[in-house]
Design a protein around this ligand. Structure first.
Ligand SMILES: [Zn+2]
Length: 77
């Protein structure tokens, strides 16, 4: 009784169609903004929020910066 040990085992390594590693698990870090509301110092708040909104502290206040300046995408290259 012979078991053919040819390239049958190697085919499994190369023929695996890209397993979805981390792309489908998390959709949270898609858009990250900063709050951007004016603080007491006169500088835009740099607290991070998920979406073009203000943070809990500056809710209802307008942002100092345009929305395109609030969007940060440099978390994961
Ligand atoms: Zn804020």
């Amino acid at each position: 009784m012979r078991v053919p040990l040819n390239n049958s085992s190697q085919q499994q390594l190369t023929s695996t169609p890209g397993t979805p590693a981390t792309s489908a698990s998390n959709t949270v870090e898609a858009d990250v903004y900063i709050c951007g509301a004016r603080t007491k110092k006169g500088t835009p708040c740099s607290r991070r929020v998920h979406g073009p909104v203000r943070c809990w502290q500056h809710k209802g206040m307008p942002a100092m910066l345009p929305q395109e300046k609030l969007l940060i995408k440099d978390l994961v290259p």
